[in-house]
Design a protein around this ligand. Structure first.
Ligand code: UT7
Length: 328
C-alpha cells in the first residue's frame, strides 16, 4: 500500500521583515541580499506565539478543506528545530491545541531536511496499514534563535511552515514512490546552535557569548548544499528512469536561489517547473517544502511527477519522488 499526500495547508505570520528593515539592523543592503540569496522579505511571529501555532493553523486548514475532525487524526509528526520547549514534544502541544484526542505524536529533528525525514517516517505508518490519517508538519519560528546583529544569518531566516495529510492511496501508482535520505554528522560544526542542549546547558556565560543563536559558516554549507542536493535529486531521477522532461515540478528547500538553480540545472528542468517562494518568506528551515506545496497546490494535477529535495544542518539531505494524488 502506498501513502499519498491528500491535502496541504500552510501558514505564515502577518508581520513582514523586509531587506530594507534589516539594513537598519546590520551592515547589509537589499541589493546584496537579493543578488546573493533571492530573498526580498521574510515573516516574523509575535512574542507569545510558537512553532505549535504554525502547525495548528496549517492543520486547521486541512481539516476544513477535507471536512474532517481533529479526532479523525491517528498520528501527528512535527519536524522542527525550534520546538515550543525542549520537552515535551511540539507534536504533543499541537494535538492538545487541536483536540486531536485519538492521535499520538512526536517531533523529528533534522533541520532543513526535517520535513522530508518526517514525511518518510509518516508514510511508513500508512504503508504498513497501521494508520489511515497521518499529519506531517514542517514548521519553524526561526526568529526565536536568530541573532539580529549577525548579518551572516539574520538575512536568510524567516518564520512559517505547513502540514500535509497522508492517507492510503487507492491507486497503487499514485503517492510516495521513492526516497533517498542521507546524513553526515561530521558537518555539524558548520551549522548549529551551540548552547542550550546537554553538552552546553544554559548559563550566564552561554547567554553572554550569544551561543543560543544559529551559527552558520555560510560558504561551507553552501558548497555542501549545492553538491549534495543536486546529486541526490539526480540520483532519485536516475533510479526511477525519469528525465527532466518527465518531472513536472521540483519543490526544493528554499535556502538560497543559487542552490535551487544549481539543482534544477543538474536535473535538466525547465525554469517553470521549479517552484520558488523564497523571495516572500526566506528560509523557514523545516517549513519551506510544505509552504511551497501549499502555495502552489492549485497548479498540481493528479499524476504529476514531483520531486521534493532538501539540504540542511547535520548535515542532512535527501529527495522524495511522489506522484500527486488529486486535482485541486
Ligand atoms: O538551510 C540550511 C542550509 N543553509 C544553506 O543552504 C545556506 C548556504 N549558504 C548561503 O546561502 C550563503 O553562503 C550565504 C547567503 C549565507 C552567504 O553568501 P555568500 O555568497 O556565501 O557570501 P560570503 O559569506 O562568502 O560573503 C561574501 C562577502 C564577504 O565580504 P568579503 O570578505 O568578500 O569582503 C562577506 O563579509 O559578503 C560579505 N557579507 C555580506 N555583505 C552584506 C556576508 N554577509 C553579508 C550581508 N550583507 N548580509
Amino acid at each position: 500500500m502506498r501513502a499519498a499526500i491528500t491535502a496541504v495547508g500552510g501558514y505564515v505570520p502577518e508581520k513582514v521583515l523586509t531587506n530594507k528593515d534589516l539594513e537598519k539592523l546590520v551592515d547589509t543592503s537589499d541589493e546584496w541580499i537579493q543578488s546573493r540569496t533571492g530573498i526580498k522579505e521574510r515573516r516574523v511571529m509575535e512574542d507569545g506565539t510558537a512553532t505549535s501555532d504554525i502547525c495548528v493553523a496549517s492543520i486547521e486548514k486541512i481539516l476544513k478543506k477535507r471536512s474532517l475532525k481533529a479526532e479523525d487524526i491517528d498520528l501527528i509528526i512535527v519536524a522542527t528545530v525550534t520546538p515550543d520547549h525542549v520537552f515535551p514534544a511540539t507534536a504533543n502541544i499541537v494535538s492538545d491545541k487541536l483536540g486531536a484526542i485519538n492521535a499520538w505524536g512526536f517531533d523529528v529533528s533534522a533541520a532543513c531536511s526535517g520535513f522530508l525525514y518526517a514525511l518518510e517516517t509518516g508514510s511508513k505508518f500508512i504503508e504498513c496499514g497501521k494508520h489511515k490519517k497521518v499529519i506531517v508538519c514542517g514548521a519553524d519560528k526561526m526568529s526565536a534563535i536568530v541573532n539580529y546583529e549577525d548579518r551572516n544569518t539574520c538575512i536568510i531566516f524567516g518564520d512559517g511552515g505547513g502540514a500535509v495529510l497522508l492517507e492510503p492511496s487507492e491507486d497503487e501508482n499514485i503517492g510516495i514512490i521513492d526516497s533517498i535520505l542521507k546524513s553526515d554528522g561530521s558537518g555539524r560544526e558548520f551549522l548549529h546552535q551551540k548552547a542550550g542542549g546537554s553538552m552546553n546547558p544554559p548559563t550566564h556565560e552561554t547567554i553572554d557569548a550569544r551561543e543560543h543563536f544559529v551559527f552558520q559558516e555560510g560558504k561551507t554549507v553552501f558548497k555542501f548544499a549545492v553538491t549534495n542536493m543536486a546529486q541526490v535529486s539526480r540520483d532519485i531521477m536516475d533510479r526511477n528512469n525519469l528525465t527532466g522532461a518527465d518531472v513536472d515540478y521540483l519543490a526544493a528547500h528554499q535556502a538560497n536561489l543559487r542552490i535551487i538553480d544549481a539543482t534544477a540545472k543538474r536535473m535538466e528542468l525547465d525554469q517553470e517547473k521549479v517552484l520558488i517562494n523564497i523571495q516572500k518568506y526566506g528560509n523557514t528551515t523545516a517549513g519551506t517544502i510544505p509552504l511551497l506545496l501549499s502555495d502552489f497546490e492549485s497548479k498540481f494535477k493528479k499524476g504529476d511527477n514531483i520531486i521534493l529535495a532538501a539540504f540542511g544542518g547535520g548535515f542532512t539531505w535527501g529527495a522524495i519522488y511522489l506522484k500527486w494524488a488529486y486535482n485541486s
